[in-house]
Design a protein. Structure first.
Length: 240
């Protein structure tokens, strides 16, 4: 269960957390459960020692670093308008990715001023925390950007680098030899697509074009759909 600021000793849980323990899991005194704080990446085993209407008191054992293992995937997502980045963070966090990097590209119309970027980054972290708590993830993905695309390409060193493209070999064909221990970088362009120069630079940096299917998807949907496929395929291969 998600809990902020874990400390050894007794802790009273109220609100939605207590209701979830009592009504959904139907736990009571003597039962054990796991508590986690995704913001700090910590977790603790706890035993329920008392309960009342809308409240549960637990005794926490030693606190330790979260044992949650993110999937070794870095999503490089072209920055979108409005709340599109927010939705990307929610979904990518829930899918267990290790890192999210928003990139600036030629056809992306969004440009954030320095002050607004700092405010947006704080909002992005709050969204990731909320998503992690909702899905039961014990830590957060690293979130960066927006950064210039060419700078990000030059710094990408993952063993598997993919560029989402409708005119390419199927995604899973590009992952036929994906092995445990190999991290993946997935580059998803903006609504207008990446420019010819950007595609050439990505391929020169080792990104292999891969297609999800025959239809054209919105950029934020395309990235999450591919992440879902990667997570499922990785689980089959024992990755993540």
């Amino acid at each position: 269960m998600p809990v902020e600021a874990l400390e050894p000793g007794q802790r009273e849980l109220t609100g939605p957390t207590a209701r979830y323990i009592q009504r959904v899991h139907r736990l009571g005194p003597g039962d054990w459960l796991w508590l986690f704080d995704p913001l700090l990446g910590m977790e603790a085993e706890a035993q329920i020692v008392a309960e009342a209407a809308g409240a549960v008191t637990c005794r926490l054992d030693s606190i330790r670093a979260s044992g949650y293992r993110p999937v070794p995937i870095c999503l490089l997502q072209a920055l979108g308008k409005g709340d599109k980045p927010d939705q990307t963070i929610r979904d990518a966090t829930a899918l267990g990715v290790e890192r999210i990097v928003f990139v600036e590209s030629e056809h992306a119309v969004v440009r954030l001023e320095a002050e607004r970027t700092a405010t947006r980054r704080m909002r992005w972290q709050r969204i990731a925390v909320e998503a992690a708590r909702q899905c039961g993830r014990g830590n957060l993905p690293a979130i960066h950007g927006p950064l210039p695309l060419f700078d990000v390409l030059a710094q990408s060193t993952q063993a598997r680098r993919l560029l989402l493209s409708a005119q390419a070999a199927p995604l899973l064909a590009q992952l036929a030899d994906w092995q445990p221990g190999q991290a993946v970088a997935l580059l998803v362009g903006p609504e207008g697509g990446l420019s010819a120069t950007e595609i050439a630079r990505a391929e020169g940096a080792g990104f292999r074009p891969a297609a999800l299917g025959p239809t054209t998807l919105r950029t934020e949907l395309a990235g999450i759909a591919v992440l879902g496929a990667l997570v499922a395929f990785g689980a089959l291969r024992g990755i993540g």
